[in-house]
Each structure stands twice: as C-alpha cells, then as structure tokens.
Design a protein around this ligand. Structure first.
Ligand code: FAD
Ligand code: 2HG
Ligand code: ZN
Length: 462
C-alpha cells in the first residue's frame, strides 16, 4: 500500500473534516471488502466528501501526491470494481445525497451521485413518476454507481439500462476539474455524448457527483405471473411471444431449476407452480388500466408451451412471486463465495448455453455447482458458480464459461460491468483496435492513472 504521509492525510482531513476521513481498521473494513466477499483490499483512508468541490479538492491532492483513488457508492457491485485492491484511497459518495426538486415540466430530476435508488424512487413517487431502472439492491446501490456500471435490472425490457435514463452528468475529472452538463435537453447534438461515455466507465474517467435523469409515468396497475416450463427452449420461445404480444410488458425474468430449488429452500416457501419444471418465468405487465386480461390472453396463447401458471394481481401476491427471483443472490451467498458470471447470449443460442454450461464447468471442477437465473427478456443469464463446501471454484472455470459465451456470440458482461473480475477476458469481446481506443480515451482523460486503476482496461502487455 502506498503510504500517504502525515501531510497529505492532513490535507484530506482539512477538506472533508476529521470525522469524514476514516482510517481506523474497523471503520474502513466495510469499504474494503466487496458485497460477495470475494474481493478484499486495503486502504490508507476512506474519504467522505459532502459536495462536488470537496471531491475536486481531494482529487487535486491525490493527483499531486501520486495517489490512486477508487470511487465507491453503495459497494453492491459484483465484479470487484468498488474496492481498493492495491491500497488506493477510497472516495465514498454516500454524502452526495441531495435530491433536487422534480422538474415536472420536463419529467426529469437531478440527483446527487450518492442518492440510493430507493431514496430516488421515493423522491419521485409522490409525482406519480418512476426511475426507469430497478434492481434488488435498491436500498444500497447509488445513482452514481448505477451510472458507472450502466446497471440493468428488471425493467430493461421496457425502459433500457441506466445509460438510457441519463440526460446529463456532473463529474470531477482526474485533474480535479469539474464538468457539469445538467440542463437535461432531450435533443442536444453538440458533439460527443459525455454522459453516455460515463455510463459504464466504472470510475475510470471521473467521479460522477450529480446526474440528470429522465423519469417515466408511474404505471399503477400491475399484474405478475409465474410460468413453469418443461424445457429451457420453451421458456425462450415463450419470452419471444410475450415480448411481441404484451404491450405493457414490464419484466420477463427467468429462474432455472437449481436456482429455484435453492431460493425456495432459502425463503422457506414451496415452489408456486411446476415443482418439476426446468425453468420458470416471472412476467410483469404494467399500465394505467388493469393489464390482467391482456396478460392472461397472451399466456393463454402460449398454449402447451406452458406447464402451469400462478398469477399475482394484488401487491402481496405479486411480492410473494417476486421473492423467488429477488432473493436468489442472497440465497447463493448463504452457500459460499461464488464466482459471478453475468452474460448475454443471442436468443437463438441461449437454451444451448444453459444446457451445456454445467458440463463445461464440471469438466474443470467436478465439485463446482452452477446456479443460473437472469433477465430472459434481455437474453441475460447470471451464472453463479459455487465451489464444493462453500469454497471458491477452480479459477479456470471463469475462462471456460466466458470462452463458451464468446464462441456462441454473446457478451461476457451484460450489466454488472467488467471490474477486476472480467478484465482479463475483455479481449473475448473487444478487438485490439477497440482496446486501443479505450486506452486512448483513458490516457487522455486520466494520464497519471489516478482513477480506479484496477478495473475495466487490461494492462497493455496482455
Ligand atoms: P459500487 O458497487 O459502489 O461501485 C460500482 C462501480 O462504480 C465501481 O467501479 C465504482 O468505482 C464505480 N462508482 C461508484 N460510484 C461512482 C461515482 N459516483 N462515480 C464514478 N464511479 C463510481 N446490477 C444490475 O445491473 N442489475 C441487477 O439486477 C442487479 N441486482 C443486484 C442485486 C443484488 C442483491 C446485488 C448485491 C447487486 C445487484 N446488482 C445488479 C449489482 C449492483 O447493485 C449494481 O452494479 C449497482 O449499479 C452498483 O451501485 P453501487 O452504488 O453499489 O456501486
Ligand atoms: C440480479 O439480477 C442481479 O438479481 C444479481 O444482477 C445477479 O447475483 C447475481 O449473479
Ligand atoms: Zn441482474
């Protein structure tokens, strides 16, 4: 770990106040270990700035002292990108939690980067508006982290990922200078789209301090259904039909067999339908008038593709179905430290992938168990690999699965980002020329490598 010296520490303390410069080992431990427990780092200090100016001053001091910085929001990221793996200074955004008034005329809002998703949802809800991205980590993940990872979640099928919600950002660059473009103009073709560049940049280009987000009318009438399928192919075919026929389609999530049995045990609830099925979809339709009939007709039209259906119209029954999907990550965590591979497949290859992947994994590590689920409406499968007896699986399983994804024309990161976990595999999806362009962008905005140096971009010699 690079020592930071009394003088630099004092400068940091003068910027944020002594109470917000943490170095006691007990206080920093939650900032140095990631959500999965797989990635553990160390840091000389965690800084908790209160505003953009303080972030800027921190970066100026860090840059002058040759210190690298890891930005951190809610620390719910799943690719090891939010923790200081090589002794970097951590800049926590949790105090950048101001919500500006909702702009009703534009249907937009400007939020501090440290606002949690659930606080953002509550802030806009009284105006009957919604944030377009929703995910199970909503109580902890932050707007800044969601932009930095280009988070997806359960409603991408309707509203797209975080990048699609983004109309502007304020950010501190690697030399401490501030860019701010928060007017929220829907049409603004004045050159490069910097907010778009920040989406998915994983803290490598700047520290996002505020964001201007597009909002969506809240759709109060909802109907959810759990559909059981005999085969994975049937679930994929049904997804295509539902996307075609349900206008108010809000979510199409999938749970494969091992994940369903694990979560059912974890939440102590029996599987609502088709206990011997291979795959289940959780489908939600949302509208301003009751979408139940439309969804029921669409499900009816699936005919013999579907084994059985459970419908949830009232909030309690809907939540009862949704917990089978939303509690899976937690259920896996009770079994040990998984390797999380978050991938997208072309629809035509998805069933083949899910069918073959257990053998691909067990060919390398006979004791490893895959647990699969995801966002089928987006072709996104979460492959969690548990080693035997809670240990991590053989390292080589990651390469085997990701090679297979690339072979089938898929992406090695659908929504969680590259982080440190996938950095060495980026060449599977990105050409040498693309990686060269990435490095050129990084080095022109951050020539000293101050910002999150361990993530996303592989070292040049690889
Ligand atoms: P962190 O984990 O703190 O950071 C993530 C990355 O963003 C790091 O590289 C960090 O350096 C960078 N970063 C954070 N804040 C800033 C900032 N202000 N400026 C610049 N860089 C920054 N993800 C999905 O996409 N879809 C899901 O459905 C989903 N479900 C989840 C469910 C659970 C139970 C959990 C634990 C995680 C889930 N995730 C999901 C992953 C995670 O919640 C998202 O990646 C989220 O966007 C991370 O936000 P965060 O504030 O926790 O960021
Ligand atoms: C989800 O969709 C998240 O629930 C987490 O993206 C996925 O735990 C995972 O692998
Ligand atoms: Zn997901």
């Amino acid at each position: 770990m690079k020592s930071i010296g009394e003088n630099v520490l004092q400068q940091f303390e003068e910027i944020v106040g002594v109470a917000h410069a943490l170095h006691d080992i007990d206080l920093v431990s939650t900032y140095t270990t990631d959500w999965t427990g797989r990635f553990q780092g160390r840091t000389p200090v965690v800084l908790r700035p209160a505003d953009t100016q303080e972030v800027s001053q921190i970066i100026q001091v860090a840059s002058a002292a040759g210190l690298a910085v890891v930005p951190q929001g809610g620390n719910t990221g799943l690719v090891g990108g939010s923790v200081p793996l090589q002794g970097e200074v951590v800049v926590s955004t949790l105090r950048l939690n101001m919500c500006e008034p909702v702009d009703l005329l534009a249907q937009q809002v400007t939020l501090g980067a440290g606002v949690t998703l659930s606080d953002a949802q509550h802030h806009v809800a009284s105006f009957k508006l919604d944030i377009g991205v929703d995910l199970a980590a909503r109580d902890s993940c932050t707007i800044g982290g969601m932009i930095a990872t280009n988070a997806g979640g359960i409603n991408v099928v309707r509203y797209g990922p975080m990048r699609d919600q983004l109309l502007g950002v304020e950010a501190v660059l690697a030399d401490g200078s501030i860019i701010s473009h928060l007017e929220g103009l829907e049409k603004d073709n004045t050159g490069y789209n910097l907010p778009g560049l920040f989406a998915g940049s994983e803290g490598t280009l700047g520290i996002i301090t505020k964001a201007r987000l597009r909002l969506h009318p809240h759709l109060p009438e909802r109907c959810s259904a759990m559909l059981a399928f005999r085969t994975i192919e049937d679930a994929v075919a049904a997804t295509a039909q539902l996307r075609h026929s349900v206008l108010g389609l809000q979510a199409v999530e999938v749970i494969f067999r091992d994940a369903m049995h694990l979560v059912s045990h974890h939440i102590s609830a029996s599987i609502p339908v088709g206990s011997h099925a291979e795959a289940w979809l959780i489908v939600e339709a949302a509208s301003d008038s009751d979408p139940t009939e439309q969804l029921a007709i669409a499900i009816d039209n699936l005919g013999s593709l579907v084994l059985d259906v459970a419908v949830g119209q009232d909030p309690a029954t809907r939540a009862g179905l949704w917990q089978f999907r939303e509690k899976i990550t937690e259920a896996i965590a009770t079994q040990g430290t998984p390797h999380k591979l978050d991938v997208t497949l072309p629809a035509s290859r998805l069933a083949q992938f899910v069918t073959d992947v257990p053998a691909v994994i067990m060919g390398i590590d006979i004791g490893a168990t895959p647990v699969m689920f995801g966002h089928l409406g987006d072709g996104n499968v979460h492959v969690n690999i548990l080693g035997s007896d809670g240990s991590e699986p053989d390292e080589r399983v990651d390469a085997a699965v990701l090679d297979y994804v690339a072979q089938l024309g898929g992406s090695i990161s659908a929504e969680h980002g590259v982080g440190t976990a996938k950095r060495d595999f980026l060449h599977l999806n990105r050409s040498a020329t693309e990686l060269g362009a990435f490095r050129a962008i990084k080095s022109s905005l951050d020539p000293k490598g101050t910002l999150n140096p361990n993530v996303l971009i592989p070292p040049e010699n690889q």
